[in-house]
Design a protein around this ligand. Structure first.
Ligand SMILES: Nc1ncnc2c1ncn2[C@@H]1O[C@H](COP(=O)(O)OP(=O)(O)OP(=O)(O)O)[C@@H](O)[C@H]1O
Ligand SMILES: [Mg+2]
Length: 274
């Protein structure tokens, strides 16, 4: 290879790296967009519930109906408060750095955001969140990975189905496993090696809720899990369903003291500001 060819190759490699970075940023924005649209829908649903029960309560002359209406209004408002707390918590607590992370908590928060969407598509969600040690992770990125897997699972079950999300100790030491299993269409064996490739998709553009179809979801998941020194694998049977299993490393003791130091530093700088 000549010197000019070598130079050109290096230049192309650099461009490829830059494009990959932009792809990750785009994916991040896409997931953020999904979160915003899901949350807006959620809030709209909750508001409708509140308005309808308020109207019912005002019309009703009898005490039991009024009490029931107030009960429903309270429950709906509390759900809205839980959702805002989750989103604010996500923005505040989950930094963009590796930290000891409570995986079952992260799964619970994420499922709360997608709860109504799953109901709408008649998907029964089962959760098996076992006690596990904290994992070393960038919480926001793992949440994005989980959302990608949950949306894929939902899209694979157009007529409803069952979704299982499990967090459990892995079969190997110092690892925690996260499983997302659906009873959807499954993936033909000849396509399985391709699904993690960027832009590989079998979807014809976004679905009715505006999600899916670029073929970037799983390639993003794989990149994130590899950067976490974890692993992601898939098992699938056509007509039966698909299971994605992710392994993430347990946070070593040193990570806890580093996180505590960072928190103290933030705390003291806050004290100066206020
Ligand atoms: N749970 C699943 N069940 C069946 N097929 C799946 C599942 N998850 C992924 N696939 C297949 O793998 C392909 C790639 O998935 P990926 O998430 O990367 O892209 P996508 O969902 O098509 O688009 P997007 O970039 O919007 O996520 C999908 O188009 C689908 O064919
Ligand atoms: Mg997808």
């Amino acid at each position: 290879m000549s010197a000019t060819q070598l130079e050109r190759l290096e230049e192309l490699e650099k461009q490829l790296e830059q494009l990959k970075e932009r792809l990750v940023q785009c994916e991040r924005l896409a997931v953020l967009g999904e979160l915003v649209s899901t949350t807006t829908h959620e809030f709209n649903n909750i508001l409708m519930t509140i308005i309808n029960y308020a109207k019912l309560g005002m019309r009703a002359a009898d005490e039991p109906t009024r009490a029931k209406a107030l009960d429903r209004i309270l429950a709906a408002s509390q759900r809205a408060a839980r959702i805002t707390a989750t989103i604010l918590g996500a923005a505040r607590n989950r930094s963009e750095s590796f930290e000891p992370t409570d995986l079952p908590g992260l799964v619970r928060d994420t499922l709360l955001l997608l709860e109504r969407e799953m109901q709408k598509y008649r998907i029964q969600v089962e959760c098996d969140l076992q006690p596990v040690p904290a994992v070393l992770a960038i919480g926001n990125q793992i949440q994005q990975v989980l959302i990608n897997l949950l949306v894929n699972a939902r899209q694979a079950m157009p007529d409803g189905g069952r979704l299982l999300v499990r967090v459990a100790p892995a079969h190997e030491p110092d690892m925690v496993q996260l499983v997302v299993r659906d009873t959807g269409t499954g993936i033909p064996a000849e396509l399985l090696p391709k699904i993690f490739e960027p832009f590989f998709t079998t979807k014809r553009g976004p679905d009715r809720s505006g999600k899916g179809g670029t073929g970037l979801g799983l390639s993003y998941c794989r990149d994130v899990i590899e950067a976490h020194r974890g692993r992601i694998r898939v098992e699938s049977t056509v007509g039966k369903g698909t299971a994605f299993t992710i392994l993430l490393p347990v946070a070593p003791p040193a990570a806890f003291s580093q996180a505590a130091q960072a928190a103290t530093a933030i705390g003291s700088s806050n004290a100066v500001v206020s």
